[in-house]
Design a protein around this ligand. Structure first.
Ligand SMILES: Nc1nc2c(ncn2[C@@H]2O[C@H](COP(=O)(O)OP(=O)(O)OP(=O)(O)O)[C@@H](O)[C@H]2O)c(=O)[nH]1
Ligand SMILES: [Mg+2]
Length: 447
């Protein structure tokens, strides 16, 4: 913490402005040296010439000093807003290093903001994910979490748990006193309500993981039904080879498209078929893998051929995955004479794809499903760390139920204490160093 750290905070490449950031005890004195100024006014934009250690002019830049503790890191921070491109910013960085700063680790500015008590971990993680977010919906949720919405949820939950513990403790200490009889019932109700809220958060975070990473859509179906044709139409160019030969696609093909405000990873797979051919077999395994990794499965069937064992296999697969995923059943080749009996598929409300204009129909359907998946409350668990902590809290709350019923209030308190620790760790880690390095190491440089 005593080191003064520096980094180029903006993305590399051509741009009109780049920002070099400096944080720590020496930030101001280094800035004075680089600008050759005797003084800077806090929070004022100064137009300055910047010089390297050989007194050579590097750039003319805007320099702002954020005086400790009123800065992002709570330390003295100086920002140099220089001309874009990589050379100028790199020269400034080199100069501040020669004057006593050291390069910042990824996420180190945010780490200092956390250590300085300016933000908690939920806010830090929201910042990291906001930078990565793949959709407007995610950005909207994350900016609120950056401003403390998840932190507030955690605090409210902690308060409720602590109050429940306090009730129990009072009962333990003053058992003979006149306590309301329905206390156990009241506590049980509270536990149930907390469990419900936590489960909802876990469920909606899992369902909406795609808001940050992008949603996965897998197209599956027996060979030759027209999977690659659909992919090509969606991408508006011939990405995959299409032919009348069954088994044309032998590997999974993955591309990204935007649907509405969402980023979608669309995966075309090898047709699922029992096969002795090793290459095709590997392809089939990959198809199953693609289904497992996806949020939405487009299961495609061929209207021009009778239902067969291969269709049956796809049907079994979608039945297996249906409860956890959005399944879109698409009937293709509807322009040819109909030989397919769709009876079994009725409950999936199949959509019929025309020979031309498949894309429009499927995108409309996907948009509907995405809207459904993306909906939910305003909170989102954005890392496995957060999910694990909430899951642990949920388990501990569940464990507390039995002892409560049996009137074993010490054990009840113990489990609720575990829940408090687990939920609290979302904001502030229990095992400080380990979490700190793991978490902030995933940040990008300069943040
Ligand atoms: N008549 C008709 N033919 C289609 C339609 N869609 C695709 N086809 C044809 O069906 C054949 C197979 O199409 P592909 O897109 O290669 O099928 P696939 O499902 O990717 O096949 P594999 O990669 O072998 O699993 C090609 O000859 C396409 O031109 C359609 O709506 N109507
Ligand atoms: Mg194909």
């Amino acid at each position: 913490m005593s080191d003064t750290i520096a980094a180029v905070a903006t993305a590399s490449g051509i741009g009109s402005v780049a920002i070099v950031r400096l944080s720590g005890k020496k930030a101001l004195s280094i800035a004075k040296g680089v600008t050759k100024r005797d003084s800077l006014t806090p929070r004022h934009a100064h137009l300055c010439n910047l010089y390297d250690t050989n007194d050579e002019l590097i750039d003319e830049a805007i320099v702002i000093w954020f005086k400790a503790p009123h800065s992002f890191t709570t330390e003295d921070v100086v920002e140099f807003q220089c001309h874009g491109g990589s050379i100028v910013a790199e020269r400034i960085l080199k100069t501040v290093m020669e004057r006593g700063a050291r390069p910042a680790e990824p996420g180190e500015f945010t780490k200092r903001a956390f250590i300085g008590g300016r933000i908690d971990l939920t806010e830090a993680e929201a910042i990291a994910k906001l930078i990565e977010a793949k959709s407007e919906d995610a950005a909207r949720i994350l900016v609120r979490q950056m401003k403390g919405s998840l932190k507030n949820f955690v605090e409210r939950m902690r308060d409720r748990l602590l109050r429940a513990i306090a009730f129990a403790e009072v009962t333990i200490d003053y058992a003979e006193e006149d306590l309301p009889e329905d206390l156990t019932v009241e506590l049980a109700l509270q536990l149930e309500e907390m469990e419900r809220e936590i489960s909802k958060l876990l469920e909606s975070s899992e369902r909406r993981r795609g808001l940050i990473e992008g949603f996965g859509v897998a197209i599956v179906g027996k060979p030759n039904v027209g999977k690659s044709s659909l992919l090509n139409e969606m991408l508006a160019y011939d990405r995959a080879i299409v032919s009348e030969i069954a088994g044309t696609t032998r590997d999974t093909i993955e591309e990204q498209i935007r649907i509405g405000t969402h980023l979608v990873r669309i995966v075309d797979t090898a047709g699922i078929r029992e096969s002795a051919d090793t290459i095709e077999k590997i392809g089939i395994e990959r198809s199953i893998e693609a289904i497992e990794r996806s949020d939405i499965v487009i299961a495609m069937f061929d209207a021009s051929r009778p239902w067969d064992e291969e269709d049956e296999k796809i049907f079994e697969l979608i039945r297996t995955y249906a409860p956890g995923k959005e399944i879109v059943v698409a009937i293709n080749k509807t322009d040819l004479p109909q030989k397919l009996d769709c009876g079994k598929l009725e409950k999936f409300h199949p959509i019929f794809l025309p020979k031309t204009g498949k894309e429009e129909k499927i995108v409309r359907e996907l948009e509907k499903r995405l809207t459904r998946m993306a909906g939910g409350d305003d909170l989102l668990l954005v890392s496995t760390r957060q999910v694990e902590a909430v899951r642990r809290a949920k388990e501990a709350i569940a464990e507390a139920k039995d002892p409560l019923e049996r009137g074993e209030l010490e054990i009840f308190s113990f489990y609720l204490g575990e829940a408090v620790t687990a939920i609290g760790s979302i904001s502030k880690p229990v095992n400080f160093n380990e979490i700190m390095d793991k978490m902030f190491g995933e940040f990008c440089l300069g943040k």
